[in-house]
Structure formats: structure tokens, C-alpha cells
Design a protein around this ligand. Structure first.
Ligand code: PMP
Length: 364
């Protein structure tokens, strides 16, 4: 069997070393004689793990002491509802910067709970982050929501917006822990774990303490950050295994050299692909503006308009070589290479080699 290189957008590749650890620990967790899968969430064993995972998040991102680190079930989209339910009551209105499919979904969800102001004009072609000088921010907003990396469209913020004191809330689902972030510039950072930091089902939420205690009365307790914080993320049975995997992935990141190392590798991997696209004389085409190109999800087409027949052939040939899950999201078509932390430079080199060969064969 050919060696598989997984470029999927999520659930995405986990580091091989983490699988070794999971295998080792699966049926006898930390000498308890049983699996974590059958351990009560009220045991000292789980309490220790709960603290251990919070601690590694705090170390990696240098999270200041006035921020809570929470684990919630319901993944990224659970937080699309939790964000307005926990924050919008402050003024009844919220600002959303829509730069792709996921922030669009977040804004749509928020409309159920209050007034949503769209900060940049709606579009159906997401190819960059509009310059902040053009944004229509509402000084009365309860918060400003951004998605720092749009997984479908491959649009990534290369700056932290200045929201003039209005709390900034960021969905980092697909670039969490890919680089250092100044947490103090944000009111809330959240994300589903299944791309860069683990597996699906759990969301990691980092929230500034002064933003707690504003949940709408209708907010379910399991999405209420204040209730979750009071219960140290063990209000009900948490997605324990997903939290455990997150911890092991984050400890792996630490052993690799932390977020500076992840950022260095992310730049290297993304540059390999984007440079090849730029040097392909238009054979490959990346639609996103250069300053907003994602280092995690690289969508591209064959030809500016997208030659679907050739793209199909590209994907088939890629699979035959073990380069899998490269199909673009159904919303945008084309090809998308996700180069998360666990994807190695060598794997990206294998992809780039294939891209070169494919071009040579088809550009005559
Ligand atoms: N935000 C972003 C940026 C995402 O990429 C995704 C999932 N692809 C989500 C939110 C939703 O995450 P979940 O599927 O865990 O609800």
C-alpha cells in the first residue's frame, strides 16, 4: 500500500507520535488499570487531566491570568450560538466581519439572539480581508466577531484588528496553535479542536473574566461560559476523550518547540505550495489576495476559471500516490491542501512534486 499523506481540512491529520501515545494509554490510563473511556469525570484521574490540558494551553499561548480556559461540547458551531448567548445582552447588538463561509454562518446564528451589524459589505466571492479603514464598526456593539482563518475559502487575517475597546471575539478553529497570538488583544478566542489541536466534539474557549456573567436567560447551562467556568468545565460529562487528545496534541506541539516552531513550519509549508502556484504561468491559480492567503488551508484551481475535468484528473492521480482529501469544499470546488501542524514538510514536498509533474504533463 502506498504511504498516505492526508491533506484533509478536518477532521485532520494528527501527529503520528500522538497515535503511539494514545495506543499505549488506551486501555490503562495513567496506571489506573482502566481506559479513560470508562473513567468517571469526577475522579482525581480526570481532574488531573482537566488541569493538565488547561495548563498546556496556558503555557503555549501565554494566556494571562485574567482569562478562563474552558472546554465545551458542541464543537465550533456550538460556539456560534454560545458567543451571542453569552455576550450580546451587553448592548443587544454585535458586529460581524464576514470574510468567508464560517464567519457567515456565525453571523447567521447570532441573528437569532440579537441585532447583527455586518461590518464589511456582503459578497459571494471571498478572496481577502477588506482593509480595516473600510470597516463599518458600531461603537455600541457588544463585541466584534472575526474568523481568523476561513477554512473553506483560505482567507487568513495577517493582523489583529483595532476595535477601539469593543471586545474582539475570534473563531480560530482552523489556525489555533499555528503561531503565537497576543491573547490580551482578544475578549474571547474559541475553536473546534479537529483541525490543528485534536479531534471533533470539543471546543476550546479562552474568555476574559470581565466578559462573564452576561449570558441571556435562555442560554442552556452547557453553553453558558460562566456556569462552565464555575464548574471548571465539568458541569456535565465532558467530551473527555476529545479533551485528552487535545492535551496530548498540545504537549506534542510543546515538544516540537512550541508555537514559534509551528509558525516557522507553517510558513515553510505554505510557501512551497504558493510559490509553485505563482511560478506555474497560470496553470494553477490561487484566488486569495496575497496578504490574506491562509497558511493552513490553500485552495487553488487549475486555470483561473477552474478546469473541472483536469481538476478531477488531478485528484485521481493524487489519490493514486497517497495524497488524499485534496478536494476543495463543495461550496467552492477546485482543490484545497490543508497544511496543519501535523502535516510534515516532506509531505508538502511530495504534493508539490506531484503538482509539478501534473503541470508538465498537461500544460502542452
Ligand atoms: N469555524 C471554522 C473556521 C471551521 O472551519 C469549522 C469547521 N470546519 C467550524 C467553525 C465548525 O466547527 P464544528 O464542525 O466543530 O462545529
Amino acid at each position: 500500500m502506498v504511504k498516505i499523506h492526508n491533506f484533509g481540512a478536518g477532521p485532520a491529520k494528527l501527529p503520528e507520535e500522538v497515535y503511539d501515545i494514545i495506543r499505549e494509554e488506551l486501555t490503562n490510563f495513567e496506571g489506573s488499570g482502566i481506559s479513560l473511556l470508562e473513567t468517571s469525570h469526577r475522579t482525581q484521574t480526570y481532574l488531573r487531566l482537566n488541569t493538565e490540558v488547561q495548563d498546556v494551553v496556558r503555557r503555549l499561548l501565554n494566556v494571562p491570568s485574567n482569562y478562563k480556559i474552558l472546554f465545551l461540547a458542541g464543537g465550533g458551531q456550538g460556539q456560534f450560538a454560545a458567543v451571542p448567548m453569552n455576550l450580546i445582552s451587553r448592548t443587544g447588538t454585535a458586529d460581524y466581519v464576514v470574510t468567508g463561509a464560517w464567519s457567515e454562518k456565525a453571523a447567521k446564528e447570532a441573528k437569532k439572539y440579537g441585532k447583527v451589524n455586518l461590518v464589511v459589505p456582503p459578497t459571494d466571492r471571498y478572496v481577502g480581508v477588506p482593509d480595516q479603514s473600510t470597516w463599518n464598526l458600531d461603537p455600541n456593539a457588544s463585541y466584534v466577531h472575526i474568523c481568523t482563518n476561513e477554512t473553506v475559502h483560505g482567507v487568513e487575517f495577517d493582523f489583529i484588528p483595532d476595535t477601539k475597546g469593543v471586545p474582539l471575539v475570534a473563531d480560530m478553529s482552523s489556525n489555533f496553535m499555528s503561531k503565537k497570538v497576543d491573547v490580551s488583544k482578544f475578549g474571547v478566542i474559541y475553536g473546534g479542536a479537529q483541525k490543528n489541536i485534536g479531534t471533533s466534539g470539543v471546543a476550546l474557549v479562552i474568555v476574559r473574566e470581565d466578559l462573564l456573567n452576561h449570558a441571556l436567560p435562555i442560554c442552556p447551562s452547557i453553553l453558558d461560559w460562566t456556569v462552565t467556568a464555575k464548574n471548571d468545565s465539568i458541569l456535565n460529562t465532558p467530551p473527555m476523550f476529545a479533551i485528552y487528545i487535545m492535551g496530548r496534541v498540545l504537549q506534542w506541539i510543546e515538544r516540537q518547540g512550541g508555537l514559534d516552531k509551528m509558525a516557522e513550519l507553517a510558513t515553510k509549508k505554505a510557501s512551497l505550495v504558493y510559490n509553485l502556484i505563482e511560478q506555474s504561468n497560470g496553470f494553477y491559480y490561487a484566488p486569495v489576495a496575497k496578504n490574506s492567503r491562509s497558511k493552513m488551508n490553500i485552495p487553488f484551481r487549475i486555470g483561473a476559471e477552474g478546469n473541472e475535468a483536469l481538476e478531477k484528473e488531478f485528484l485521481k492521480g493524487a489519490e493514486a500516490r497517497g495524497l488524499i482529501q485534496l478536494k476543495g469544499h463543495r461550496m467552492v470546488g477546485g482543490i484545497r491542501a490543508s497544511t496543519y501542524n501535523a502535516v510534515t514538510v516532506e509531505e508538502v514536498q511530495a504534493l508539490v512534486e506531484y503538482m509539478k509533474e501534473f503541470q508538465e504533463k498537461h500544460s502542452k
